[in-house]
Design a protein around this ligand. Structure first.
Ligand code: GLU
Ligand code: ZN
Length: 499
């Protein structure tokens, strides 16, 4: 449904390389913005100076660009590398917005929505233990909610450094989650919470909803792990509305957990969760995004493979399901393979480009031959799962000699392989090298002379020429490699066999 008023945001913390769960969150926000004709805001939540780094920030931007998530507002413009922020709510990096948060905290204090809490960690711990022992709720007990001026004066003389706490309302908070339906949180489960540290640093609990309010976010779509912070944020929103800082409370939708191996939550530390890994293996962004979209959503019951445009056309947050989604690497690869098949040949040839160069390619740059590559490319396109596999599929064309793969050699070279190779060589020599059919007929005939079916007869030829038992279709490979090199390699194999 078109709704140009929709404003969604993706607001990661730049701590290390993005993981696939985060990419799924970005995807659903971006797709929802594009589906509705709304605005996609990209914000950097870098208030944790100890964990955030400039390098991670750059990586994030680079990842967003690679994925194609063009943002309408954010730090820097999507399509430029010059640093200036784009959008009316700049800056979009929280580390540059500290004065804004301090000002809001001040207003919350002045309005009675927040208060100073002087409790020391030791005191808090002791009371929490006692509450637990008595079987009572163990969250903050509201000790400093209504201190008298005398008490405050005493605390001040004790040099206590207070934090700022938000005062939660005493009634339950109910909201309708866009994914999960109506949810209610009772006050004992949502105690007053810290929003500013003793050293004056505003916390995530404050800055995240304040920015959502100031940036007029209408839909907060984020992972289920953040669900417990939602009632607090709704209460804070209401205070911000009273103070004239927020216009309305956004709608919330919590996306299902992504599970990894053994039905455990996929964690940032799982190697298979790192976005970079997928880039390095040569996933296509559209293949990876197609798969990630299936973690909690589907286009239809019988269509798993679709383009990003098809997804955008169909995507609605109300169709996301709440139950955890399992990350299935095999399926992710299969979908990527389908997207490789869908490329037009020219795009496929281009997409493989990086894997045909250093540092991926083991051949010297001057030995690469574009015409040969383009001749073999159609046969590779129907076989790759990930683009990085192209390197070893075509190395026989550009290396002086085929790779030495002992396992392949032992598997293919049997008793009698030398005789077979000699016959095959003779027949290939007189074959018509402009047709793979003729090359196939030559090897077939050689096999017949030695009582071997085509499969058995072609194995030694393949290993002699490419070094490996598996690879692209053999006769097309021979044709592209050419007669001279093919025969030379068969001779070299024969020499090795009879040495
Ligand atoms: N910076 C938060 C995170 O990375 C964002 C949470 C949210 O989407 O509200 O978890
Ligand atoms: Zn206190």
């Amino acid at each position: 449904m078109a709704n140009a008023n929709v404003r969604v945001r993706f607001c990661p913390s730049p701590t290390g390389n993005p993981h696939v769960g985060l990419v799924r969150t970005a995807l659903f926000n971006w797709a929802y913005a594009r589906h509705t004709g709304g605005t996609f805001v990209f914000r950097i939540e870098d208030t944790d100076a100890a964990r955030d780094s400039e390098e991670s920030y750059e990586q994030l931007l680079d990842s967003m660009r690679w994925l194609g998530f063009d943002w309408d507002e954010g730090p820097a413009a999507f399509d430029s590398t010059s640093g200036a922020d784009s959008g009316p709510h700049a800056p979009y990096r929280q580390s540059q917005r500290m004065d804004i948060y301090k000002d809001v905290a001040r207003k919350l204090l002045d309005g009675g929505h927040a208060y100073y809490c002087y409790c020391s960690t030791a005191e808090l711990d002791a009371r929490r233990e006692a509450a637990r022992a008595a079987g009572k709720p163990s969250g903050y007990d509201g000790h400093c909610r209504a201190l008298t001026d005398e008490q405050i004066a005493v605390y001040r003389t004790e040099d206590r450094e207070p934090i700022v706490r938000f005062r939660m309302p005493d009634e339950p908070i109910t909201f309708t989650d866009l994914v999960r339906g109506e949810l209610t949180f009772t006050p004992e489960n949502v105690p007053d919470y810290g929003i500013v540290r003793a050293n004056g640093a505003p916390l995530y609990t404050l800055v995240n909803p304040v920015d959502d309010a100031l940036m007029e976010i209408t839909h907060v779509l984020r992972g289920e792990d953040l669900l417990s912070s939602t009632p607090r944020q709704i209460a804070l929103y209401k205070a911000l509305i009273e103070l004239g800082i927020a216009k309305s409370v956004p709608a919330f939708g919590h996306l299902p957990y992504v599970m990894g191996e053994g039905n455990k939550k996929l964690s940032k530390r799982d190697p298979q969760s790192s976005l970079n890994l997928y880039r390095e293996r040569g996933f296509l962004p559209e293949g990876l995004l197609n798969y990630l979209s299936l973690l909690g959503w589907s286009l239809s019951a019988d269509q798993d493979v679709f383009s990003i445009d098809e997804m955008v056309a169909a995507f609605d947050i109300k169709d996301v399901v709440p139950n955890p989604a399992r990350f299935d690497l095999k399926k992710c690869e299969a979908i990527n393979a389908d997207h490789i098949r869908r490329l037009d040949l020219k795009a496929f040839i281009e997409a493989c480009g990086p894997w045909l160069k250093a540092p991926h390619a083991p051949w010297a740059p001057e030995d690469f031959d574009q015409a040969r590559w383009e001749a073999i490319a159609p046969h590779a396109q129907t076989r790759l799962t990930v683009l990085s596999d192209i390197t070893q599929n075509v190395d026989f064309l550009f290396l002086d000699e085929p790779v030495e793969d002992e396992a392949s050699w032992t598997k293919a070279m049997k008793e009698g392989s030398d005789a077979l190779l000699r016959t095959a060589r003779a027949k290939l020599e007189s074959a018509d090298w402009t047709s793979p059919e003729s090359l196939k007929a030559a090897v077939l005939a050689a096999g017949e002379e030695h009582g071997l079916k085509l499969g058995k007869a072609q194995a030694p030829v393949r290993v002699a020429v490419t070094g490996r038992t598996v690879g692209l279709p053999l006769f097309e490979s021979l044709e592209v490699l050419g007669k001279d090199k093919t025969l030379t390699r068969i001779d070299a194999a024969l020499a090795k066999l009879t040495a």
